[in-house]
Each structure stands twice: as structure tokens, then as C-alpha cells.
Ligand binder design. Structure first.
Ligand code: CU
Length: 133
């Protein structure tokens, strides 16, 4: 009896594909920003789809996390979704925050404490579509 080489290969690829898809569903990649603090510079980062971004400022003073629409620090950080300013984590003395898994797109995150965004607590996060990786 002859085995069908193509059939075996097809089944193998199918199994590998399914398990890879399961892994993608199960484990979101995590990108950690630690410390989220003054005196740091945050170069732009490119991340895979569904990456969770964690900000850590435990024991590092008063900070928070806002999403802002552009790389320009707003004069005033006030939750205002119509203007693209979204409070993700209010200012607390020490803390941490994790985003939801990020869909493809460009995100700007900044600290809302007066003076912190202009001093460098701002980061551009680009989440690439799957095909672009
Ligand atoms: Cu801050």
C-alpha cells in the first residue's frame, strides 16, 4: 500500500497551523515599560498585534497613564474621548497599569502629571498588522 505523501504533509501542516493559531489566541505578548518615571526617555516601539503594554511606577512617585491623540502633549489632561484624550490610569503614588491587547494602529501614551509629558513621559506605540511583521 502506498501512503499519500501529499496527504501526510497536508495533515501535518494543518495540525501545525491549528496549534499555532491556538497559541496566538492563548498568550498575548507583553511589553513592559519599567520604570514609568521622570528622567526617562521612551523611544517609539513597534509591537505585534494583541500585545499588552504594562506600565510600572511602583515606588516611583505620582504618575498615571493617559492615551492622547498625537505626539503633542496636551496643555491639560482631562478625560475627553471626543478629543482623543482618554484616562487609562489616574494619577496615583506608585502603581501599575496594563492595556488591553492592542489592535493594529498607532497609540500615544503619556503621563498626565503637569510637566511630565513634556519632560519625556510619552511613548509612541505602533502595532503592526500581521502581514507587515
Ligand atoms: Cu509622571
Amino acid at each position: 500500500m502506498r501512503t499519500c505523501g501529499y496527504c501526510v504533509a497536508t495533515v501535518l501542516l494543518l495540525v501545525i497551523g491549528i496549534s499555532a493559531a491556538r497559541q496566538l489566541q492563548q498568550a498575548n505578548p507583553v511589553y513592559v515599560i519599567d520604570p514609568w518615571a521622570l528622567g526617562m526617555k521612551y523611544p517609539p516601539v513597534k509591537l505585534a498585534p494583541n500585545t499588552v503594554v504594562k506600565f510600572n511606577w511602583k515606588g516611583l512617585g505620582r504618575h498615571g497613564v493617559y492615551r492622547i491623540p498625537t505626539g503633542e502633549c496636551p496643555l491639560e489632561f482631562k478625560h475627553s474621548p471626543s478629543r482623543g484624550i482618554i484616562e487609562l490610569a489616574p494619577v496615583t503614588d506608585g502603581g501599575e497599569y496594563a492595556t488591553k491587547p492592542l489592535a493594529p494602529g498607532t497609540y500615544w501614551h503619556a503621563c498626565p502629571v503637569p510637566g511630565h509629558c513634556p519632560s519625556g513621559m510619552i511613548i509612541k506605540i505602533e502595532v503592526a498588522p500581521v502581514a507587515a511583521l
